[in-house]
Design a protein around this ligand. Structure first.
Ligand code: ATP
Ligand code: MN
Length: 259
């Protein structure tokens, strides 16, 4: 997509004993290792929720399938800031989030810093486009590097809820696009290109993912997931079209400098 916002990730089989327990210098992490009743090596780490013996990560007996992300520079070298998404879900069975109740929600966001100037709002809408394609409903936060201030790209860690059910789409993920009716011209042109029969998103993705050494054994995306990408792409273009039918000023021209 040309967004370049997610640290590259690969799938690996690791040995939790030799690759983590015997390697880590983090005393607090190594203290959470234990052997389960079934004889597997487990650990639970340190975090706010779910880091307890009831929710461990276990090897079999110490081999574990994981995704490994490129490590970002240490926070002391490149401090990051975490931002709460304005379209964050309520994560409650009974309560709706403000954006679910107020059709004019985007008018408020548009006048609220940092979304009131620069490219932050269209960056957020790019994020919604990406999350809709992956069907990731769990984007509660995103990050930026502090050094770039508000003149920054967005960083998407934590994509673990993406590419679940391929047969179902979740239109509410597109709420930022549907409610704000705004999209970067470069994004729109890219999306239109990827819906062209010669450059289909599914074909481009299949070709790109074929470089993964595990492609034959454990493909990252199944064929139904690749088809879902094409279907979701058409939905996005449909939402943009509906916006353009009703509003002016839908396309944010970020390509002027190249004219
Ligand atoms: N590639 C990376 N390099 C360095 N730190 C990272 C990287 N990916 C994630 N982290 C750090 O680890 C934290 C947890 O990562 P992530 O959110 O993906 O895990 P999670 O298990 O889904 O956690 P949570 O339940 O809090 O969402 C992040 O907030 C971030 O500070
Ligand atoms: Mn998470």
């Amino acid at each position: 997509m040309g967004f370049n916002r997610i640290p590259p990730v690969v799938g690996r089989l690791i040995n939790v004993t030799t690759d983590i327990r015997e390697t880590t210098t983090d005393e607090r992490l190594s203290r959470t290792f234990f052997t389960s009743p079934a004889g597997n090596v487990c650990f639970y780490g340190q975090c706010e929720y779910y880091c307890s013996t009831e929710h461990p990560v276990c090897g079999r007996p110490d081999v574990l399938e994981v995704s490994l992300a490129t490590m970002l520079p240490d926070l002391s070298l490149a401090p990051r800031r975490s931002w709460r998404s304005p379209w964050r879900r309520s994560y409650s069975r009974t309560k709706l989030a403000q954006w679910e109740k107020d059709p004019a929600y985007c008018d408020t966001v548009k006048t609220t810093p940092p979304y009131n100037r620069g490219t932050r709002l269209v960056d957020l809408i790019d994020m919604a486009v990406l999350d809709f394609l992956m069907s990731n409903m769990d984007r509660h936060h995103y990050e930026t590097f502090e050094d770039f201030g508000n003149e920054t790209f967005l960083l998407h860690l934590d994509n673990g809820r993406a590419f679940g059910r391929h047969s179902q789409d979740e239109p509410s993920i597109l709420a930022p696009l549907a409610q704000c009716c705004r999209i970067r011209r470069s994004t729109l042109l890219r999306l239109r290109l990827l819906s062209h029969p010669d450059f289909r998103l599914s074909d481009v993705m299949r070709e790109s993912l074929a470089q993964d050494p595990l492609t034959a054994m454990a493909p990252l995306l199944s064929e139904p997931h690749l088809s879902a990408l094409n279907r979701r792409l058409e939905t996005i273009l449909g939402v943009v079209q509906t916006c353009q039918d009703r509003n002016e000023d839908v396309v944010y021209n970020d390509l002027d400098q190249y004219d």
